[in-house]
Design a protein around this ligand. Structure first.
Ligand code: G3P
Ligand code: MG
Length: 267
């Protein structure tokens, strides 16, 4: 496994989401079998406040149902089929609960829970919702007990602040898609473990900034193994991919990287 040999953590983005329905136990299982050392998945709370694993605010795209996750009960969500839309072979695959996912990951892989609570006040979320999500995640972790290593991430500093309040010792990561602006302030306030920049932010200046802050750097979403050499040279600690199986096999002879010309392998 290239990523491991080069000390990059390979995160499966929503599980092995090109080979199995995203954010299901089938996708997580496939990811681990394909060599991922970590699983990234999206957590939100349903109407009853229970944390479930789903990316969108509605179930429309990834299940056979319709409606907003926040308005559906756990029982309604659990009756849905979250696999058939992807392929008939996955018919009957349920929307996972957070507890099931914690139990799945225990002893198998690092779990990166991306907290989706509406994106903080500016994006229409509320402090109450951030807090409810963070408390629900903390309660699920307590219920499961000796779960494995967990990294909580969010685009929203407000959501991460709620996570810090509910879980004072948790490892937190800030997701960034446009710039690293604000990273220093958030880190000083919340004691981040990592930054999760979009691939388009992977350049020497930005990565040096993150390094100076003492943060791990996990880049998303990388579906081209030829980019590994460049990411290693830049100092990345991990990458998220939709298809961990792509990262099997020998390192590329030459790697190209958008906007950075051609670079050689790192050995
Ligand atoms: O955690 C990285 C990535 O998952 C963030 O974007 O929309 O795929 O959850 P999204
Ligand atoms: Mg995500």
């Amino acid at each position: 496994m290239i990523a491991h040999r080069r000390r990059l953590i390979l995160f499966a983005h929503r599980g092995a989401s090109t080979r199995a329905p995203e954010n299901t136990l089938a996708a997580f299982d496939r990811a681990v079998r394909d060599g991922a050392g970590a699983i990234e998945c999206d957590v939100q709370i349903c109407a009853g406040g229970q944390p479930v694993i789903l990316h969108d605010a509605t179930v429309d795209r990834t299940t056979n149902g319709r409606g907003a996750v926040a308005r559906m009960t756990l029982e309604q969500l659990r009756r849905l089929d979250a696999g058939a839309w992807f392929d008939r072979r996955f018919r009957g695959e349920p929307v996972p609960t957070l507890e099931e996912t914690l139990e799945f990951a225990r002893g198998r892989c690092l779990l990166n829970l991306e907290l989706k609570s509406g994106g903080g006040a500016r994006a229409g979320g509320t402090r109450a919702r951030d807090s409810a999500l963070a408390c629900a995640v903390a309660a699920a972790m307590r219920r499961v007990g000796d779960h494995g290593p967990i990294l909580l991430s969010s685009f929203s500093p407000a959501t991460l602040a709620a996570a810090r309040a509910a879980l004072p010792r948790a490892r937190l990561a800030l997701l960034l898609s446009r710039s690293l602006r604000g990273l220093h302030t958030v880190h000083r306030r919340l004691r981040l473990h990592a930054v999760h920049p979009h691939l388009r932010l992977a350049d020497p200046r930005r990565f040096a900034t993150a390094r100076r802050e003492g943060l791990r750097i996990h880049v998303w979403t990388v579906n081209d193994p030829a980019l590994i050499a460049r990411l290693v040279a830049l100092g990345a600690d991990g990458l998220m991919t939709d298809d961990p199986a792509l990262f099997r096999g020998p390192p590329p002879a030459r790697a190209t990287f958008p906007g950075a010309g051609r670079v050689g392998p790192t050995g």
